[in-house]
Design a protein around this ligand. Structure first.
Ligand code: NOJ
Length: 732
């Protein structure tokens, strides 16, 4: 198409037909800003308002859905949520926009492509546990390509909401508890989706969500208030957004939450003052689903018209599926409640993303057969790699793992063992259970002819039915070890999936208690979308492997970990509290006023969580030499390098992630106990050593912000934490 268009333009020029006859906005040679200006000038108010509106389209149960008939769609609509994977249908709809709307403005097709399209990758929380952002960039690149080939130009991803409460179902959708991790993995995914250039054939626009503070929805309940101090907002919740905006993220989505009383969807401070004025974001913000209408429920608007007005004036350019902008804006503009200049700016922002995506010049998508679009061998291999690096060996005692030659028969028990559907995790609309390799299938592949697998269902995910226990115990008695595969249904994670406890249902715990009585070694495999309360299960298990919701390719990597073909290298991107009552529990808390003798902590349980952020075992051991500083003192315009040499002191090759934290013991504002500033993962052969380096840039790594976002650097002592060392240096 692109080729055809430029050939046409050259033809017109050669034969004396001036290309200038093309309206400027249609001329691919013109700079984008001139094209936008030209187009906005030509648009009627109605056409402009349509651009600010998003419809839904496809087969779902949403009553607002306009149904599958293309003819019912207004040709001039700005965007569609495209609940379909059919490129032919997309092209048909797009044709209508290009040919039947007066100005031929392409529609922007958006969809929730969260952890892969058809090639479903591990959930985002698991991706963060790889500590390997390069893999995440690649996976998002594959998701982008599959999206484009299915008719999608824009994904509502990544979610970069720092989340400290694992009761919240949406912890599975983000990158865990740490702001730096959310920034690094958010940027990695923006790079993957958007590619080098948004106009590349397989790039799609990213959407940072849910701006901002949604991850702090009170008590882990969804859609509630987020009470976040100005200090924490700037310190913890905004930094991932700032990093991703700087990385060029095209769009953002506002949260459902209110932020200290002001709904995120009507928040002028965050949407306009910070995002547009300070950070100079020039793309657009879409409201979350129904979030404009919900301003009425949230008690800041008396009706839909006021809700629309508030959202728009605060800085929401696109109304997702509510049709409020469409219905009320003509009147609001006529009454001068909405200035025309504001409409023009919003329209320009939407058009900018469309121009940058190249949609005006290449509105249609290539139509390929399904087998050419999805599940390409190299993309499935990537899914396997990502799953492999995301799995975390939480516990390994009595040499339970990897299996030695002593295991000839393995009992494989539990609701997760043969499950496929739940391995996909939430938000995997185009994922198919049939594409998933189950745990059992992975084991069969790995151990065929070597270990006899004795399968028993055991119990369901929940309920009280113990009928399967007897068969499970028999399988266990007839085996040398027991692999118990437990976990969560995929519907227990994601939106509107908060849980009052992070423990697994009692039936699953009871199954393990019964199996323990056989005296056989127990290896627990967990597949879940949030940290779990393991206080009762952990003592029963000799080893525990966390596989998260690994997507389509989890069976083989897990089997590899069990056999020892794979050395586990994942580390937790989120703390596992000991009990639900210990929430919130995260590594970068501020210092207590009485940080000794467990003062102030819950007096009825231990102080420590089950597993801290960063925990993850390996089959080898890594020993750290003494860390070396390039200087003991620096000024704020200098850089400081710290290096540590790490030796693989065990018997097998392995990957180590070195985490570099900083703490500031004396500062005008009490700082977190330590903050992650950098990490690097490297593979080291047995017996070899490698040096890891961290270059400290004082403005980036030692500064802190106040509650207005102003950055400061204070002189004095700082500590770098690496491995179990704490190294002091001074900023003078
Ligand atoms: C609501 C969810 O909060 C958001 O994350 C999602 O992108 C939209 N619905 C669209 O499906």
């Amino acid at each position: 198409m692109k080729l055809f268009q430029s050939a046409l333009i050259s033809f017109l020029i050669i034969f004396g037909v001036s290309a200038n006859k093309l309206p400027k906005y249609k001329d691919a040679k013109q700079p984008i800003e001139s094209r936008i200006k030209d187009l906005v000038k030509r648009m009627t108010l109605e056409e402009k308002i349509l651009q600010l509106n998003q419809y839904t389209f496809g087969e779902n149960n949403n009553p607002n859905n306009i149904g599958p008939e293309v003819k019912k769609l207004p040709a001039g609509i700005g965007s569609l949520i495209y609940f379909s994977a059919n490129p032919v249908l997309r092209n048909e709809i797009q044709k209508k926009a290009m040919e039947e709307s007066r100005l031929g403005i392409p529609i922007l097709f958006g969809f929730d492509v969260i952890h892969g399209f058809r090639t479903v990758y591990p959930i985002s929380l698991a991706q963060a546990c790889t500590f390997n952002p390069e893999l995440v960039t690649k996976a998002c690149g594959v998701a982008a390509k599959e999206s484009v080939l299915s008719g999608v130009d824009w994904t509502f991803s990544p979610m970069i909401d720092v989340a400290l409460d694992p009761r919240w179902g949406r912890v599975s959708e983000g990158y865990g508890e740490d702001p730096y991790m959310n920034a690094v993995f958010g940027v990695a995914s923006v790079k993957g989706y958007q590619g080098k250039n948004l106009s590349d054939p397989y790039s799609i626009a990213a959407c940072l969500k849910h701006y901002v503070g949604y991850g702090m929805s009170e008590g882990g309940r969804d859609y509630r208030s987020s009470n976040i101090s100005a200090q924490s907002l700037w310190e913890t919740y905004l930094p991932p957004y700032e990093a991703c905006v700087k990385a060029g993220a095209a769009t953002l989505m506002s949260g459902f939450n209110d932020l200290n009383g002001v709904p995120a969807t009507a928040n002028h401070y965050t949407l306009t003052e910070i995002l547009k004025n300070r950070w100079k974001h020039d793309g657009f913000v879409v409201a979350d689903w129904n979030a404009v209408a919900q301003l009425v429920y949230q008690g800041v608007a008396k009706d839909s018209a006021e809700a629309g007005l508030k959202a728009f004036m605060a800085g929401i350019e696109m109304d997702m599926r509510d049709n409020i902008y469409l219905e009320y804006f003509p009147k609001l503009v006529a009454e001068k409640k909405i200035p025309m200049a504001k409409i023009d700016d919003a329209v320009a922002r939407v058009l900018r993303v469309k121009f940058r995506l190249g949609l005006f010049d290449e509105p249609y998508t290539k139509v390929l057969d399904e087998n050419e679009r999805y599940l390409k061998p190299q993309d499935v291999a990537l899914a396997e790699k990502l799953a492999e690096e995301s799995m975390v060996l939480l516990k390994n005692t009595k040499k339970a793992l990897p299996f030695s030659g002593n295991i000839k028969k393995l009992a494989v028990i539990g609701p997760m063992a043969k499950d496929k559907e739940n391995m996909l995790g939430s938000w995997s609309f185009n994922g198919k259970a049939n594409d998933v390799e189950s745990i059992f299938e992975g084991l069969e592949k790995e151990f065929s002819g070597k270990i006899q697998l004795n399968y028993a269902y055991g119990c369901g995910f929940e309920g009280t039915d113990e009928k399967g226990f007897e068969e499970a115990i028999a399988a266990a008695n007839g085996s040398d070890a027991i692999l118990v595969c437990l976990g969560e249904l995929k519907t227990w994670s994601g939106e509107n999936a908060s849980r009052s406890t992070i423990a697994l249902p009692a039936i699953q715990e009871k199954l393990v208690e019964k199996l323990k009585q056989t005296g056989k070694p127990i290896i627990l495999v967990l597949s879940n979308g949030r940290p779990l309360e393991l206080v009762r299960l952990e003592p029963l298990a000799d080893a525990i492997v966390e596989i998260w919701q690994p997507g389509i390719a989890g069976g083989t990597p897990l089997a590899g970990i069990l056999s020892g073909r794979v050395n586990p290298s994942g580390k937790l991107a989120i703390t596992f509290p000991l009990t639900t009552g210990q929430i919130p529990m995260y590594y970068n808390m501020r210092q207590s006023a009485r940080p000794y003798q467990a003062m102030g902590d819950y007096q009825d349980i231990p102080v420590e969580p089950m597993y801290w952020f960063g925990h993850g075992l390996s089959y080898t051991t890594f020993s750290y030499d003494e860390a070396k500083l390039s200087a003991k003192k620096i000024t704020k315009n200098e850089k400081l390098t710290i290096e540590v040499t790490v030796t693989n002191s065990g018997a097998v090759k392995g990957k180590e992630t070195v985490l570099w934290y900083i703490s500031d013991p004396v500062c005008s504002i009490s700082r977190p106990m330590k903050e992650l500033k950098y990490f690097k993962k490297k593979e080291i052969n047995a017996g070899d050593k490698t040096t890891f380096k961290f270059e400290i840039d004082p403005m980036r790594d030692l500064s802190y912000t106040d509650g207005t976002g102003k950055r400061f650097v204070e002189t004095g002592d700082f500590y770098i934490h690496v491995g179990n060392q704490k190294v002091k240096f001074e900023l003078e």
